[in-house]
Design a protein around this ligand. Structure first.
Ligand SMILES: NC(=O)c1ccc[n+]([C@@H]2O[C@H](COP(=O)([O-])OP(=O)(O)OC[C@H]3O[C@@H](n4cnc5c(N)ncnc54)[C@H](OP(=O)(O)O)[C@@H]3O)[C@@H](O)[C@H]2O)c1
Length: 398
């Protein structure tokens, strides 16, 4: 039973707090600290079975975060704010000697580029302090890393190719909206694509490679290769992989809106003078778009996210696909959040719980696939994200 500090109070943090409260055997008390305290208050008011307090914090400032940690004395800090805050919160954890968890890797605000190097550079300091940083404990990254580690542990002697496929077949009824923070989401999608092939990265134009993928229990959807952060740690931790790709579905309507926004300069992240004031077009666009935590009501349809591996077991070629299907409407009924928030939040809660119990324990900075996948795979279904395994021809999606 442990006290835990959650930083952030957006779409994902709302579901994280509610799932932590459902797991009161591991989470005995929460403090939700964020930039806009009223949002944390709203989440806290809906939880009654464990004590939840709230605070205002600017998580860009490690001193402010460290002060809150010293005062509340949590066993774990969950960074459910934005990737921009990863390093400042890790600094605060180092200063106070408390474990850290996040769901997305660091990216600097002024460059649309994300990679693990900045956080991996904390390895020695976390080891020396004897604390753990669990990186990317969401669905993708997160559950997809665990799926890959589990397939390797139980189903493959050698993995040759990995294809992570992410389908959102839901409909939120809005002309254009992003399912998680619009700024982070649009920066990710408008970058060049990248995949791993024979020991090096192959770069593509944004959304250059497309394939129709038949998602089990959902439908055939046009899917695009893009760079996703778990590829970086997975090819490092499973160097046998000859190829690793990440696919995501985008509807024609989404791409049409995004293309227009890009063409008119609304996705730019450099300052533009407007009426004598510097504005960042993408930050302004975020202010106009629906917030991710407002999308849940009326959102219908399913998501399907999973990992397909082709390789060898007992001297024979093998293909396997492990996946989860999640229903937007059911997520909303349970937590008030849509399925993207939900599929991110449940692995965050369980990753945190395994750390609190000491089941996942290692001083240093670790990605999810470095931990034993079995305790996670045994329990994740119980918390709302059950998985299924397909083998042979049924597992060949792409
Ligand atoms: N691994 C995965 O599968 C996965 C999937 C989706 C999302 N994610 C990640 O999940 C995280 C949360 O996404 P979301 O959809 O919940 O975003 P969101 O709705 O925009 O929420 C972000 C929250 O962070 C707060 N925040 C931002 N800057 C802050 C600062 N300097 N100090 C304190 N609080 C700050 C925001 O405060 P305000 O309310 O004041 O804006 C907001 O409450 C993001 O890092 C995203 O990349 C991971």
């Amino acid at each position: 039973m442990s006290k835990v500090l959650i930083i952030g109070a957006g779409g994902v943090a709302n579901v994280v707090a509610k799932k932590c409260a459902q797991n009161s055997a591991d989470y005995s008390e929460l403090l939700i600290a964020t930039r806009t305290k009223s949002k944390a208050d709203k989440i806290a008011s809906s939880i009654t079975n464990i004590p939840v307090s709230t605070a205002k914090v600017d998580a860009d400032d490690p001193k402010e975060v460290a002060a809150i940690i010293r005062d509340f004395k949590p066993k774990l800090v969950m960074n459910i704010a934005l990737p921009y805050q990863d390093l400042s919160i890790m600094d605060a954890c180092l200063e106070t000697g408390v474990d850290y968890l996040d769901t997305a890797n660091y990216e600097p605000k002024d460059v649309a580029h994300f990679e693990y190097s900045w956080q991996w550079a904390y390895q020695e300091r976390f080891k020396k302090t004897g604390i753990m940083a669990l990186l990317g404990s969401g669905f993708d990254p997160g559950q997809t890393n665990v799926y890959t580690a589990w397939l390797k542990k139980h189903h493959f002697d050698r993995m040759d190719t990995l294809d992570i496929v992410d389908c959102n077949n839901g409909d939120h009824g809005k002309a254009f909206a992003t399912n998680f923070n619009p700024e982070i989401n649009i920066r990710e999608i408008t970058q060049n694509g990248r995949y791993w092939q024979d020991g090096k990265w192959v770069e593509t134009s944004p959304l250059e490679i497309k394939a129709d993928i038949a998602y089990p229990e959902v439908q055939v959807r046009g899917s695009y290769v893009l760079f996703h952060e778990e590829l970086e740690s997975l090819v490092k931790n499973f160097p046998e992989l000859k190829r690793a790709r990440f696919w995501m579905t985008f509807g024609d309507n989404y791409i049409k809106h995004l293309t227009v926004l890009q063409n008119v300069g609304m996705t730019r992240i450099d300052p533009v003078k407007f009426n004598g004031v510097d504005i960042i077009p993408l930050e302004f666009l975020k202010a106009l778009l629906p917030a991710p935590d407002s999308l849940g009501e009326g959102y219908s349809g399913l998501t399907c996210i999973g990992c397909q591996v082709v390789g060898e077991k007992d001297g024979k070629p093998k293909t396997a696909f492990v996946y989860n299907v999640c229903d937007h409407a059911k997520c909303f009924a349970e937590t008030g959040g849509q399925a993207i928030s939900y599929t991110t939040a449940v692995p965050a809660m369980l990753g945190g719980a395994l750390m609190l119990r000491g089941t996942w324990k290692k001083a240093g900075v670790v990605n999810m696939e470095e931990m034993d996948p079995d305790p996670f795979m045994n329990e994740i279904g119980k918390w709302g994200l059950p998985w299924k395994l397909l083998e042979g021809d049924a597992a060949k999606l792409v």
